[in-house]
Design a protein around this ligand. Sequence first.
Ligand code: SAM
Length: 288
Amino acid sequence: MKEKIASPKKTREIINQYNFVLQKKYGQNFLIDEYVLNKIIEAANITKEDMVIEIGPGIGSLTQYLAENAREVVAVEIDKQLIPILNDTLKEYDNIEIINEDILKLDLNPLIKEKNNNKPVKIVANLPYYITTPIIMGLFEDEVPIDSITVMIQKEVAQRMQAEPGTKDYGALSLAVKYYSKPYIVANVPQNCFIPRPNVDSAVIQLKKYEKPIIEVQDKKLMFQIIRASFNQRRKTMLNSVSNQLDIDKEKVKLTLEKMDKPTNIRGEALTLEEFALFTEILTHLNG
Ligand code: SAM
């Protein structure tokens, strides 16, 4: 590999050379740890066949590793101050395209159609932590063709994504992620692997997307409304939260739980994704 961007020395050098002022509002914490970068590349299983989309390349620390291993990298960066820097730090690579856009506003579908024949891409990133959930849910909900998402995120959020029923971390996010993908925490990453150091711990998580949903549910929107209502007030029973928040007849909710052989004082945290789907199906039929 050409000289690595991701060393503490080189990172400081680039920041100083361009008088770059780090933007806290964009969650800019640059990776400086080679071991972690190799771990990300290895987990993402990138080959010369792959098109990779990186969200937030920063000064190019991870982009460089991606370009070495992938066929093509498209990197989407919101901060226009970083574009000339990236054009310079990555100038030796001819398989990188840098797009100056807000990932939350960019439709990736036409890009993947044009550049990858609509075949699934790999998403790899050290995400800006302030928008982790909207980015990931946006990718899933917009039905972007994705093979896997391998990303650095805040450790607590990674734990919530991977959490199982009955644990304190289990919630609406765990269920949304599990509906679309199989989560796996690849590594925990301490604060000293970044410049500047973030004030939270981090983890690399991989979400391997299912080719088709693992559960069947007619009214997906209602299922996620029920899930959100069940966890909005965690300490309340499902009977109360669902009937009050979604304005559904309490008797119908009670009957649904009884048909599922569940106690009527059960809380959302005890239900699996399959059970939320079943709950939704039964309730829909009672309403219908
Ligand atoms: N990939 C680099 C690294 O690992 O060193 C930088 C990671 S840094 C945690 C997050 C990056 O995302 C920053 O470069 C930031 O400017 C960029 N970013 C923040 N919000 C964004 C958005 N809405 N769309 C695209 N990029 C964004």
